[in-house]
Design a protein around this ligand. Sequence first.
Ligand code: G3I
Length: 349
Amino acid sequence: MPSRRSLLLGAAGLMASGCRASAQPDTAVPPLKSIAPYRVGTCAMTGQLDDPAWTRLALEHYNQITPEWEMKMEYILTPDGYRFDAPDRIADWCEAHGMALHGTTLVWYSQGEEAFRGLSPVDYRQQFDRYIAAVAGRYAGKVRGWDVINEAVAEDGNGLRQHHWAQNLGELDHMVRAFEQAKLADPDAVLFINDYNLENNPKKGATFLKLVERLLNAGAPVGGIGTQSHLDIEIPEGQISAFIHEAAQFGLPLHISELDASRRREGGPPDVRSVSFRTTQQFDRIAELTTAYSRLPEHKRYGLTLWGVRDTDSWLRRPPHDDGKDSPLAFDAFERPTAVARALAESWT
Ligand code: G3I
C-alpha cells in the first residue's frame, strides 16, 4: 500500500511533470488557513488586489498579508515627501477582508542612502526618527508587527553589514534606535529583526542569533525573530530544525516571514537533478520546516508567510532569476497546489 507521503508526492510529481492536476484525484488541498495551527500569510502588491484570480486564491488560503514592497522606504520616501497611497490601500484591503497585516520593513541596508545623502548628523538622526515615527505611527493598530531591522547580517555570516545607517548612527546603535522609535510609535506591534539564509547557512544563522542577544542586552525592545526562509532545498536534513530550535531559545515569537523553496540552483555546477528529484527535496525541506515550527509552543508561533501566492507571482519568476519553470510557492501558474502546498497540508493535518 503506497504511503500517504508517496501519494502526496506522486500527485505533486505528476503535476510537476506537467500532468493536469484536474486529471489527478485528490489534487486539491484544504484552505491552508483552515488547517494551519497559526496564521498563514502571503505577500501582496496593490496591482494584485485588482486581479480576481489572485484575490480569490489569497482569500481562500491566507489570513495575513505582508506588503511585498509598497510599505518599504523605496516606495514611501519620495523627493516630495512620504507617499502612502499604496500601503494605505493594502491596509484598507486587509481590514475589509479580515486579514492581519505585517509590515516590512522600516530599516533596510539597501534603502534610503540616496534620500539621506548629505544630511547633517543632526538632520540625519531627525529624519531617521521622523520616518519611523511617521510610518509605524500611521499603521499603529493596523499592523500585527513590523520588520524593524531587515538583513543586518553580512551575506557570508561574518559579522554585520556595513551601510549608511550603521556608518551614520552606529552599527548596533542604529538598530536599538529603530526599535525604540518603533516602540514609541506603535507600542502594541510585535517588533521583529528579520534576515535570510539563516537555515541555509548555519554560520549566518549563528551570527544573527548573537545579534539578537546583543540587541536584547542593549535594551532594544525586540519582540520577535523573523527568518525569511527562502530555502535552499539542497541543504542537509536537520539544518532547518536546528536553527528553529536555537531561535526558539529566546522565548520570542518566531515568524517564518518569506517562505519559498526554489527548485533552481543559483550558480554552481550544472544542475542534473530531475524535476521529480527536486520536488522531493522541496517537499522534504518544507516538511522539516513546518514540522519543527509547528512543534513550538503557541506563543512562539507568530505565523508562516509564503512570499507569494502563485509561482508566477514570485520574485523568483522575475528577471534575473526567472527560468520560466521554477515552482517555489504553494500554487502554480494554473492555481494548482504544488509540492509546497502538499508538504504544508501534510504537516498540518
Ligand atoms: O511594479 C513596479 C512597476 O510598475 C515599475 O515599472 C517597476 C520599475 O520601477 O517597479 C515595479 O515595482 C518593483 C516591485 O518589486 C514589483 O516588481 C520595484 O521596483 C522593486 O523594487 C520591487 O522589488 C521587491 C524587492 O523586495 C525590493 O523591495 C520585490 O518585489 C520583493 O519580492 C523583494 O522582497 C525581498 C524582501 O523584501 C526581503 N527578502 C528578500 C526578498 C526578495 O528579494
